[in-house]
Design a protein around this ligand. Structure first.
Ligand SMILES: *Cc1c(COP(=O)(O)O)cnc(C)c1O
Length: 397
């Protein structure tokens, strides 16, 4: 939307993050205004008719057009390198709207196995009731993606790095398999954000986001977004938003706009902290294995170095002694936030087997490699020494 949109592609990433999408009003404001209005006034009946018919661009009703939300959409589109962006009320609403906009009963989806828990439930428990079929594959095995294709495969869906073990999936490789099969590729880019990885530039068709995480970056609001081309996202996914209504509030859009302004420096600082924490963890007593794409011991660390501009903020590790030891370590922290959220400047610590992946069956967890001694840390921006000091490995014995 917006034929007067500036061509932001000639500007650098940080410039786009700070400036894209804001059309200054007559008041001459420097910061983006929050338009807290549900509807908009037309000059006359004919204009109302033209706006409703999409013959004239302009605001109608904040379920589907709001200037603050549109500023966020244009800014995120400029960062991901997409033509269109649709903001949603949550990350799950973004994934739901993507599926509703692009799939029909009878379609088949191939998804990576290690996806966000609610995404798996949305696919397996809800969309299957509407006649969509799903198969799950190991994200890092190209042959598994290829073998899962059926005549009705319409979409590939993947998350990289995956939660919580940070497996990295080769987006360009899976893109080739998807397109050779006539399917589209959707990538959940929540963990990297466009600051570290831009899936559309690697051939993906659609990017989905939980803006709740790093785009906000300070743990304040729930929101999401879908980015892609003008047809699939600008029309089909937007059509779902317009009719079904899981829209973003203008206030939340404004918070996310402020988050985007510091996205690049935050993601780099968080990656630095996470890299230092991961290396330090490998030397701690009782730590059996550390999972982090920046470590040379990570099975896909070279792919991560190619595909991402930094390894990101999620570090996972196994402690000896299973759940009891993991809970002890978590409970002995004083500063770290015990919460399953991530993408905050505050470092969070969580036990996946009993929280984010607690509703998975034990065999499903074992197959995915999520052990009882696994701990996930989403590294924030505190001093690295304080994060380290808060993990009392000496008390594990
Ligand atoms: C949190 C998350 C989601 C869902 O986002 P919400 O904003 O909580 O609805 C989807 N994908 C990933 C990878 C996430 O971490």
């Amino acid at each position: 939307m917006g034929s007067d949109r500036e061509d932001w592609s000639r500007y650098g990433f940080s410039t786009r993050a700070v400036r894209a999408g804001h059309r200054r009003t007559n008041e001459g404001e420097n910061a983006e205004p929050i338009f807290t209005t549900s509807s908009f006034i037309f000059e006359n009946a004919a204009q109302a008719a033209a706006r409703f018919a999409y013959e004239e661009e302009g605001n109608v009703y904040s379920r589907f057009t709001n200037p603050t939300v549109r500023t966020f959409e244009e800014r995120l589109a400029a960062l991901e390198g997409g033509e269109s962006c649709v903001a949603t009320s949550s990350g799950m609403a973004a994934i739901m709207a993507t599926c509703m906009g692009l799939l029909s009963a009878g379609d088949h989806v191939v998804s990576s196995r290690s996806i966000f828990g609610s995404t798996r439930l949305l696919f397996s428990n809800i969309f299957t009731r509407f006649g969509v079929e799903f198969d799950y594959v190991a994200a890092t095995e190209a042959d598994a993606w290829r073998a899962a294709v059926k005549s009705n495969t319409k979409m590939f869906f993947l998350e990289t790095p995956a939660n919580p073990l940070t497996e990295v999936c080769d987006i360009a490789e899976v893109e080739e398999i998807a397109h050779a099969s006539g399917a589209i590729l959707v990538v959940d880019n929540c963990f990297c954000t466009p600051a570290l990885q831009q899936p559309l530039r690697l051939g993906a068709d659609v990017v989905v986001h939980s803006a709740t995480k790093y785009l906000d970056g300070q743990g304040r609001c729930v929101g999401g977004a879908v980015v892609g081309d003008a047809q699939m996202v600008g029309e089909q996914v937007f059509g779902v938003l317009r009719s079904a209504g899981p829209c973003m509030s203008p206030f939340n859009a404004w918070v996310f706009l402020k988050g985007l302004e510091t996205l690049d420096i935050r993601m780099r600082a968080i990656s630095d902290n996470a890299n230092r924490l991961a290396r330090w963890l490998t030397e701690q007593p009782g730590v059996e294995r550390v999972y982090y794409p920046g470590l040379e011991s990570h099975p896909q660390w070279q792919l991560a170095a190619r595909q991402q501009s930094a390894p990101g903020g999620i570090v996972a590790f196994d402690v000896a002694g299973g759940q009891a030891a993991a809970w002890k370590l978590i409970d002995h922290t004083r500063m770290l936030s015990i919460t399953a959220n991530l993408g905050d400047v505050k470092t969070t610590i969580t036990h996946p087997a009993t929280t984010t992946h607690g509703r998975w069956s034990a065999p499903a967890r074992a197959e995915a490699g999520i052990g009882d001694g696994l701990i996930r840390i989403a590294v924030g921006l505190e001093d690295i020494a304080d994060i380290q000091n808060d993990l009392r490995f000496d008390e594990l014995e």
